[in-house]
Design a protein around this ligand. Structure first.
Ligand SMILES: *Cc1c(COP(=O)(O)O)cnc(C)c1O
Length: 240
């Protein structure tokens, strides 16, 4: 199936802008993370050629080979998949932000590895709002306590929250989950926890990003609408 990455990107950017304007928000405050898991390097290069510079990857090994081949010159790579603690050191070397910190254990390991690399790593805490057994993330009740425990870790810079709501065909059904992430953000902001920022909300994918923007998303992670349907045979077998 032929893809016109440039057209797809323009189309999505226009929809992001329209959704922001509808919500009386500044479109510039919303970043598009092109979710490029399983997407071959030549299609990612097309996106780069079209002027896009922010990509989200889910699997360490796959990302490592892509980042080696495409490089990081004016390109940001975010990790958006589930991160196993034993891969933290690679994640720290490869990525500019981790969206999926879901435990204190993982946060401590990332902090330790970031210290060794002499860097401060921006992270988001992933929240599993529906408490689905099949999804990762801190439960709604645990988030504030996790954020408190992460805040003293000097080589992590906590910037906000991320969620993957349950899948629905209608984006309207997802709205309460986005709204709840926003509520949790506000609650944490009101706590005045030191050494953290709570500005970012990473939420919204191909099927529901406009709803997410209406509810306050600052980063939307979009794959299919940019690159077309995924072919998983390219990826390593570590998905969950
Ligand atoms: C794949 C993926 C996306 C993008 O999903 P699409 O429906 O293809 O836009 C967003 N977020 C995460 C965490 C993903 O794994």
């Amino acid at each position: 199936m032929p893809n016109n990455i440039n057209n797809n990107l323009n189309n999505i950017k226009k929809r992001i802008e329209d959704a922001a304007i509808r919500a009386k928000r500044d479109p510039k405050k919303i970043r598009l993370v092109a979710a490029s898991k399983t997407v071959p390097v030549d299609l990612i290069r097309e996106a780069v050629a079209a002027g896009h510079s922010l990509f989200g990857e889910n699997y360490i090994q796959e990302a490592r080979s892509k980042i080696e081949s495409i490089g990081r010159n004016n390109i940001s790579w975010h990790f958006i998949g589930h991160l196993q603690t034993n891969k933290a050191k690679y994640a720290v070397r490869l990525f500019d932000m981790i969206h999926s910190v879901d435990s204190l254990n993982l946060a401590r390991e990332l902090d330790k590895r970031a210290k060794k690399e002499n860097k401060v790593l921006p992270i988001l805490v992933q929240v599993n709002i529906a408490e689905e057994a099949t999804k990762y993330g801190a439960g709604t009740d645990e988030v504030i306590s996790l954020v408190r425990k992460i805040s003293p870790l000097e080589n992590l810079s906590l910037r906000g929250l991320m969620t993957m709501p349950p899948y629905f065909n209608e984006p309207e059904k997802v709205r309460p989950y986005f709204r709840e992430l926003k509520n949790i953000q506000v609650r944490i902001q009101e706590e005045g926890i030191p050494n953290i920022r709570m500005d970012e909300l990473s939420m919204g994918m191909t099927g529901d990003f406009e709803t997410a923007i209406e509810e306050g998303a600052t980063m939307v992670r979009i794959g299919t609408a940019i690159f077309g349907a995924r072919n998983y045979s390219f990826s390593e077998k570590e998905f969950s």
